[in-house]
Write a protein that binds this ligand. Structure first.
Ligand SMILES: Nc1ncnc2c1ncn2[C@@H]1O[C@H](COP(=O)(O)OP(=O)(O)OP(=O)(O)O)[C@@H](O)[C@H]1O
Ligand SMILES: [Mg+2]
Length: 351
């Protein structure tokens, strides 16, 4: 499979009416801004240092490094790091994902075609089907796949030795990985949200690559509304660039940044439409909770997984939502942020 990030816009030259979808364009725009080497990767100092040691040691020994697991919320750089790992090792990257592997046989086919020291990137590894997962344990530990030949009672497994390779797994939900799989990774890097000054550095770098003039205060403004997430920072940068081009003089000034972010409904704290609809539903439809994740997701018309991995980690970190054993609750700050008054707790009324 080709390097996913470099696929960019997929247009068949024989068919000139095919238009790239919004997702393709977004992916191409992202690929253009991806750091290629570890020293271009902004922030995540701890993970960067740990990974750098793992890679340098492996290079020194001339052997494939231990398997690497990268976990953390969407858009923080897991795919980027997987590509960097292959680049730093000077080897090629094979890309697949949990949901793309329907049967254990699909994974066996990928594994048995791996070349020596290749990096196999398995995105959303928590979504691998159980039989594929079991096949992966053995491959990761013993560098072997058992190829099943025949059917029913006559079927037999022929062990096939694999060359040394490195699995890089990425997951937004490390908690869902079964322990035996988690244990087979020699190194786990947990990516956390970025500080505003780190996002500013991401933005300055991206503006340089895009060739647009970005004022220092504009970078700070965009960074503070990017929810600690480089992907969002880059996306907002592109929207501010659009605004500056169409309504301004092309300069990404503080005023341009504020006006553009207003148009795109990104509020002062960086909450977007989904975040606000989750908070609003929690406060106005469920009286501030507690309410279960599934119910909350239905109320905003999203998948529970989207609410849990995309909106919630940031809302929890911002102290707007609390998680309790009985469900999600809105904090006093959530009510204040929405400009609503929190209901008076009944125990103060009657007790
Ligand atoms: N540390 C960083 N420095 C500079 N740019 C970064 C960094 N981390 C991420 N980015 C940018 O953010 C974008 C999103 O990163 P990436 O695709 O690696 O996230 P992800 O963790 O794989 O997300 P998902 O869970 O949705 O797959 C990339 O295109 C890259 O340009
Ligand atoms: Mg990714």
């Amino acid at each position: 499979m080709a390097d996913e990030a470099d696929l960019g816009v997929d247009v068949d030259p024989a068919d000139s009416v095919v238009r790239p979808g919004a997702d393709d364009l977004e992916r191409a725009a992202e690929a253009a801004l991806r750091p290629r080497h570890l020293d271009e990767f902004v922030g995540q100092k701890v993970v960067r240092e740990q990974l750098s040691l793992v890679l340098q040691a492996a290079l020194g020994r001339g052997r494939a490094p231990d398997h690497v697991l990268l976990s953390g919320p969407p858009g923080l750089g897991k795919t980027t790091l997987a590509m960097i790992i292959a680049a730093e090792l000077g080897t090629s990257l094979r890309v697949t994902s949990g949901p793309a592997i329907q049967h254990a046989g699909d994974l066996a086919a990928i594994l048995s075609s791996l070349e020596e020291n290749e990096v196999l990137f398995i995105d959303e590894i928590h979504r691998l089907a159980r039989p594929a997962e079991e096949l992966l344990y053995v491959a990761m530990e013993d560098f072997r796949v058992d190829v099943v030949v025949g059917k029913g009672a006559g079927a037999s497994a022929i062990p096939l030795a694999l060359p040394p390779f490195t699995v890089v797994g990425a997951t937004t939900r490390a908690g869902l990985l079964p322990a035996p799989l988690r244990d087979r990774f020699g190194f786990t890097g947990h990516l956390d949200f970025y500080a505003d000054d780190e996002l500013e550095r991401v933005l300055v770098r991206s503006a340089g690559l895009l060739g647009v003039p970005l004022a220092h205060e504009a970078a700070a403004e965009i960074a503070s509304r990017s929810r600690g997430t480089p992907r969002i920072a880059n996306r907002l940068l592109r929207r501010v660039r659009d605004w500056a081009q169409v309504r301004g003089d092309g300069t990404l000034s503080l005023d341009a940044a504020r006006a553009a972010l207003e148009v795109y409904e990104v509020d002062r704290r960086g909450l977007d439409r989904l975040d606000r609809s989750v908070l609003t539903a929690l406060c106005t439809r469920f009286g501030g909770g507690p309410v279960g994740l599934t119910t909350l997701a239905v109320a905003v018309g999203e998948e529970p997984e989207t609410v849990e991995t995309v909106a919630e980690p940031f809302l929890v970190r911002e102290g707007l939502i609390g998680r309790t054993p009985r469900g999600r609750v809105a904090t006093p700050e959530a009510w204040a942020h929405l400009g609503l008054s929190a209901p008076v707790p009944t125990d103060t009324l009657f007790g």
